[in-house]
Design a protein around this ligand. Structure first.
Ligand SMILES: NC(=O)c1ccc[n+]([C@@H]2O[C@H](COP(=O)([O-])OP(=O)(O)OC[C@H]3O[C@@H](n4cnc5c(N)ncnc54)[C@H](OP(=O)(O)O)[C@@H]3O)[C@@H](O)[C@H]2O)c1
Length: 259
């Protein structure tokens, strides 16, 4: 069994997931980093960065929407490290095309829901079961599960309904898991990013630059992946141990209702 705590991060190859990996490696976690492929440039440069922090790096290939593949992945991580202390359910996608809700296709709906909602829910279920068992085996074991949702969980965009619906569902998944797992001593939280500068928003840079300049984001800047990495490190470290089911919105003030 690994002496150090272990963090599993999905969508680790770039963007928010990558920053979470670095923040948790610096925090003293060994890392299991999940992306669809372990051979991408992102995964190849991530390994040495994690090791520079004195942490171990275990790259794992998994399409999170493949719920039948998840069991083997959990088993492989446990074989490598013997424990999982933190799960960051971060992998997610936008629709391939933005279409008005009246034109939304079933194909796009199913793709987004399988990756953003069904996959993370059943991955959390499998890891939660292992955490319940691990709690009996490890003294001073403080398991944490984090769901990466979005401000779109509670804000409508009529041209990407499937994304909003998936994140809204994931937000409730976080609440239900928090409720059930409070009985087991597992902390569950939702991290809800605002507009963050990553590949996901790169195509919309001009649109968001303009909106941010006009004050759409009260703190008047893009969110950075590091903003999310720091929040995740704080929750994982135990700074919020009496706050299960909490929603941490990291959005530069988009949560402020203005008149
Ligand atoms: N950027 C924002 O403004 C923003 C705002 C709110 C919420 N979020 C949420 O934050 C999370 C990360 O977003 P990001 O901006 O960092 O996105 P990103 O830069 O596009 O990165 C997405 C990550 O998810 C992985 N991924 C995609 N499909 C996957 C699948 N089927 N199975 C496993 N991994 C998969 C990608 O890995 P590979 O492609 O290498 O496999 C990549 O590591 C997402 O859940 C997103 O919805 C983002």
């Amino acid at each position: 069994m690994n002496d150090k705590p272990v963090a599993v991060i999905t969508g680790a190859s770039r963007g928010i997931g990558r920053s979470v990996v670095i923040a948790l490696a610096a925090e003293g976690y060994d890392i299991a980093a999940i992306a669809r492929s372990v051979d991408s440039e992102g995964m190849e440069i991530l390994g040495p960065e994690v090791e520079k922090c004195g942490a171990q790096f275990f790259p794992v290939g998994l399409d999170i929407s493949c719920t039948t593949c998840q069991k083997e992945v959990v088993a492989n991580i446990l074989e490598r490290y013997g424990r999982i202390d933190v799960l960051i359910n971060n992998a997610g996608v936008a629709p391939l095309q933005r279409n008005d809700v009246l034109e939304m296709t079933e194909e796009s709906y199913e793709r987004v829901m399988n990756i953003n909602l069904k996959g993370p829910v059943f991955f959390a279920q499998k890891i939660a079961r292992e955490m319940i068992w691990l709690k009996q085996q490890i003294t001073d074991y403080k398991p944490v599960i984090i769901f990466m949702t979005s401000v779109s969980a509670v804000r409508s965009s009529t041209n990407r309904a499937e994304y909003c619906i998936s994140k809204s569902g994931l937000s409730m998944a976080s609440t239900v898991f928090a409720d059930r797992l409070s009985l087991e001593g597992i902390l569950v939280c939702e991290v809800r990013p605002g507009v963050i500068r990553t590949d996901m928003t790169a195509k919309l840079k001009d649109k968001y630059d303009k909106l941010i300049n006009e004050g759409f984001v009260p703190q008047k800047r893009w969110g950075l992946p590091e903003d999310i990495g720091k929040a995740v490190a704080s929750i994982s470290r135990g700074d919020w141990n009496f706050s299960t089911g909490m929603v941490f919105e990291i959005s530069g003030g988009l949560n402020i209702h203005k008149l």
